[in-house]
Design a protein around this ligand. Structure first.
Ligand SMILES: Nc1ncnc2c1ncn2[C@@H]1O[C@H](COP(=O)(O)OS(=O)(=O)O)[C@@H](OP(=O)(O)O)[C@H]1O
Length: 345
């Protein structure tokens, strides 16, 4: 994991001054005494035994302190996970005070600001926030305290800026991420594509109207909510840069019903010890979602999460099922795994 102190600093500090070559020493004999002393002083100040011992002591202490700081930083944060696609900035700031018990700005006080080792790359409305929220329970995971919008809006500010801020999704996001860190681990969370697509709208724009092309009465492929549920396309863009082994697929539906099981798989994928156990979760019966318990309090996601999913016209539902089916199959083929989504049972 990145962030350690580079060991090459050691030899640099400890390098001793070179002795002048024998020939040079020989020529100095021919000089007058005063000149000789001046020449000696300017060329190579000879260290006394005590000065040398003192310098060695200072260097050793510095190396030990830096090594200790490095060890602490490695122990406290083995993975930095960020979300590339979310909204609700204020909600997150409020949520982030829960997590593993340490507000993110305090964690940074004794750790270095690292570029992320792991990114959640979507899909929007599939449970990205819940995934990030629960992963923050892990003592070896640090998540961003707020959304940085680096890859979409602030990319020009550069990686150093990103590192200092501590992350939305457009065409060239995978490439940008690749250029930042080609070995970054990616978490792709997905859920039933139709559940992800259908949401409550203002009555003036019924979902039916948005989902259907008003001329052909076929599924409107350019409606963003529909495009985003074509997981295979999203995945293919990432696969142009990253091997499948670097991408872990999180089952967003299962994250709702048994979050500890999905989180355990993420811990394993990230190579972290299993910490986020079932006993850390409590079911909020009113909302029907799991929250986590810390410091004698239940921490739940903001009320905005858990939208109403209206029943939709059976005619459109049928069209949606037929529309997504081939994309789903391609997706399953590509990842070598199937999902038993309720609309295809
Ligand atoms: N524990 C818990 N609490 C609340 N909500 C939970 C939880 N686990 C998963 N979910 C699901 O997360 C869905 C919102 O997904 P996102 O966070 O990806 O949305 S967003 O793209 O950031 O807007 C949200 O989807 P909707 O129900 O459609 O609103 C939830 O179903």
């Amino acid at each position: 994991m990145k962030g350690g102190i580079k060991t090459s600093l050691g030899p640099k500090y400890l390098r001793l001054p070179q002795h002048p070559p024998a020939t040079a020493t020989a020529t100095t004999h021919a000089l007058p005494e005063k000149q000789l002393e001046r020449a000696k002083a300017s060329r190579c100040p000879k260290l006394s035994r005590y000065k040398l011992m003192a310098a060695t002591f200072v260097v050793t202490v510095t190396v030990v302190i830096l090594g200790f700081a490095c060890l602490r930083s490695r122990q406290s944060t083995l993975a930095t996970c960020l979300q590339t696609n979310s909204l609700d900035r204020d909600v997150w700031q409020q949520d982030s005070q829960g997590g593993n018990g340490s507000p993110s700005h305090l964690r940074y006080s004794h750790t270095k600001r690292h570029l992320p080792h792991c990114l959640i790359i979507g899909a929007r409305k599939a449970g990205t926030r819940a995934l990030l929220y629960f992963l923050n329970l892990h003592s070896q995971i640090q998540t961003a305290g707020r959304e940085i919008h680096f890859f979409d809006m602030n990319y020009e500010q550069g990686l150093e800026w990103y590192r200092k801020q501590m992350p939305f999704s457009f065409k060239d996001v995978p490439e940008r991420v690749y250029r930042m860190n080609s070995s970054v681990k990616l978490l792709l969370i997905i859920r039933d594509p139709i559940d992800r697509t259908v949401k409550r709208h203002k009555p003036i724009i019924p979902f039916e109207k948005l989902a259907l092309d008003q001329e052909t009465f076929e599924i409107n492929k350019s409606y963003t909510a529909i495009k985003r549920s074509i997981y295979v396309r999203h995945l293919q863009r990432w696969l142009q840069f990253f091997p499948l082994s670097q991408i872990h697929i999180v089952d967003g539906d299962h994250l709702v019903t048994k979050p500890w099981e999905e989180i355990a798989k993420v811990e394993e994928f990230l190579g972290l010890e299993h910490q986020i156990t079932q006993d850390k979760f409590t079911l909020n019966k009113t909302r029907g979602f799991y929250c986590f318990r810390a410091h004698d309090m239940d921490h739940c996601l903001a009320e905005g999460k858990g939208r109403q999913h209206p029943d939709i016209d059976p005619y459109i539902l049928k069209k949606l099922i037929a529309f997504f089916e081939p994309f789903n199959e391609k997706f399953f083929d590509r990842i070598g795994r199937r999902f038993e989504w309720r609309h295809w049972q």
